[in-house]
Design a binder for this molecule. Structure first.
Ligand code: FEO
Ligand code: CA
Ligand code: CA
Ligand code: CA
Length: 595
């Protein structure tokens, strides 16, 4: 615990920002600039971004839209002057991206090319200077809808994932709905396939389709018009949607590598996955299923981590045990929206086996079925229905695991399950954070838990909770989504949905976890109008923070844009080359002006 020494990134918290403000707000003494924006060309020969004349061929060579998970990893032996940025591109906001005159087929083609993943090299003069991206660098890569991913684990090669185009059921084109993620100790990136169901038109009649939200309706982007695999009603493509909903692993240091989809971590609306090495050497990955009343999962690898053996470590997520969480509160007197009599939201929990030692632990389901229809399997073993588990991240300082339950407006509504000690609010608008302590080794099937915080604005909400820290001394916070840690073990939380909750712009917040100030929340930044704060990276030793600004100005239209982040071209002015008077989702860096 000595790691909790001194915070290297000191700042005076910003005041909450009105949700209508179209600006990045940072603390005094800091400034910001983009690292890379939607449309920035990343390969030699790629054209500059041109808002009114985008083509699929251009977009395939440019940075994609709506980043969620990001990380920046230094390239070894470059004296800190060179790094590689990973970013995923969760979805597109077609209505603000494309002129209304653009043919629908072009919108579909450019939109597809704006999805997927990006790997881009960065450079800087020295450790005190901000990063710029390097066009044409050797590691630069766009992973698109025709990029082939290898399916690993027991579902690979099973009948449940075969299609007319992949009769072996082992190679899958594309990744969809990539949301949060994690970086492994062996330097690869994990990214969660979340709302993949929205890209498929399906019969919508089976129990499986229903459990995964697959319906017989034209999809929002209608890619099924051009590519029949997005229509699982079509003969030969019945299983296509079974090939999405996994954790993807990418090696950003090898642009020729085949990315993977790991069936051993199950198939659901994976928000992301984060890994910790247990004392035993097994690798443990935590992942939330981001849907109201869905579950929290944990994977334990069959084999052990070997320091320095990257090839071996890259196989660890292919085989292991899969569990789902059940929480039990210890306060029989629990009442919704009240701190229990024992002063804490807390209790015990179990990890219920779904797959153990390669064998299904679920009655009447095979291992393949458990890993492809994981939600259905979990339903049979009685886990706890959560308020939308977004990021789930273990602290590498303490081994404690943090779960961002973002909100659940349906909790306790109608016949829906009512509040309980671990999801303590009905019509949960502002969310909460669960803190899990594994009993013994990280691979344990037993744990204890407590709530770190019940979010909200204490000035207007009489029920908020910050582990006992005075509620009048915290930054108001709502809808926690992504989690990150700084080098000394403070938790950082980015939010998505605060405007609809507490009426303030989304932002990034630091939370002290240990000592007298445990539970103290301090707001570091706020993102522009209608944006979500994603993918925080805290390089506190360099006094720099990175976030992805996702879907800025999403309520606007092409002709009447709502945000002008990040170029902020003035009305009537001619945009400079590569700039645009429209919102551009971007990865930005926030750094000290005195650096
Ligand atoms: Fe894409 Fe669960 O947020
Ligand atoms: Ca209690
Ligand atoms: Ca999210
Ligand atoms: Ca969210």
């Amino acid at each position: 615990k000595e790691g909790f020494a001194k915070a290297k990134l000191k700042f005076t918290p910003i005041a909450p920002v009105d949700a209508a403000v179209d600006a990045v707000t940072v603390p005094e003494g800091f400034t910001w600039q983009p690292v890379i924006r939607w449309g920035d060309p990343i390969f030699n020969g790629a054209p500059d971004f041109d808002l009114n004349n985008q083509t699929a061929a251009a977009q395939e060579k440019q940075f994609g839209y709506n980043c969620d998970y990001t990380d920046i990893l230094e390239i070894p032996n470059t004296k800190g002057r060179r790094a590689v940025l990973f970013a995923n591109h969760e979805y597109t906001n077609d209505g603000i991206m494309f002129p209304p005159s653009m043919p629908a087929a072009d919108v579909r083609a450019v939109g597809q090319a704006a999805h997927g993943l990006s790997v881009v090299e960065l450079e800087r003069k020295n450790k005190n200077k901000p990063w710029t991206y390097v066009k044409g660098a050797p590691l630069n890569r766009r992973l698109l809808n025709n990029t082939v991913y290898e399916l690993t684990g027991p579902a690979a090669g099973s009948e449940l994932v075969k299609t007319v185009k992949d009769r072996d059921g082992r190679f899958i084109k594309g990744t969809l709905g990539n949301c949060a993620g994690g970086t492994t100790p062996w330097g690869t990136i994990l990214s969660g396939e979340e709302n993949f169901n929205g890209y498929f038109r399906s019969p919508g009649t089976s129990a499986y389709d229903k459990r995964y939200g697959l319906t017989d309706k034209a999809t929002a982007r209608q890619w099924e018009i051009d590519d029949e695999r997005f229509d699982t009603r079509k003969p030969g493509y019945e299983n296509e949607a079974n090939r999405f909903g996994y954790i993807v692993e990418v090696d950003p240091f090898d642009p020729t590598s085949t990315p993977k989809k790991h069936s051993s971590l199950g198939r659901f609306k994976h928000e992301g996955a984060n890994v910790i090495i247990a004392e035993s050497g097994h690798v443990v990955a935590y992942s939330g299923d981001d849907e109201r009343f869905d579950y929290l999962y944990k994977f334990v690898s069959k084999d052990k981590y070997i320091e320095g053996n990257r090839q071996h470590n890259m196989t660890l997520l292919s085989a292991g045990n899969l569990y789902v969480a059940r929480f039990t509160g210890n306060s029989a007197d629990f009442k919704a929206s009240e701190v229990p009599a024992d002063g804490a939201f807390d209790g015990t929990g179990e990890w219920l086996a779904l797959v153990e030692n390669g064998v299904s632990a679920v009655p009447e389901m095979t291992v393949e079925q458990v890993l492809v229809y994981t939600r259905v399997a979990a339903d049979k073993v009685g886990p706890t229905k959560m308020d939308r588990a977004e990021d789930v991240e273990p602290s590498l300082h303490t081994g404690k695991v943090y779960v961002a339950c973002t909100n659940n407006s349906n909790r306790g509504v109608g016949s829906n399950e009512a509040a309980n000690e671990v999801n303590p609010r009905n019509e949960n608008r502002d969310g909460h954070i669960v803190e899990i302590t594994e009993t013994g080794d990280q691979t344990s099937t037993a744990f204890t838990w407590n709530l770190l915080m019940v979010c909200g604005d204490p000035a207007t909400d009489k029920f908020t909770y910050f582990s006992g820290f005075p509620v009048d001394k915290v930054s108001p916070i709502s809808c926690p989504d992504n989690l990150a840690f700084d080098s000394v073990g403070n938790l950082w939380i980015s939010t998505d949905g605060a405007p609809a909750g507490i009426g303030k712009a989304d932002g990034l917040f630091k939370v002290t976890l240990e000592g007298a100030e445990r539970g103290k929340v301090e707001q570091f930044l706020a993102v522009p109008k209608e944006g979500e704060t994603c993918g925080p990276i805290i390089h506190d030793d360099e006094r720099t923070v990175f976030v992805a600004v996702q879907h800025p100005g999403e309520e606007g239209s092409f002709e009447k844009q709502s945000s002008f982040f990040p170029d902020y071209v003035k009305e009537g002015a001619t945009p400079a080359r590569g700039e645009a008077r429209a919102p551009r989702p971007s990865v930005i860096q926030v750094f000290r002006t005195d650096a």
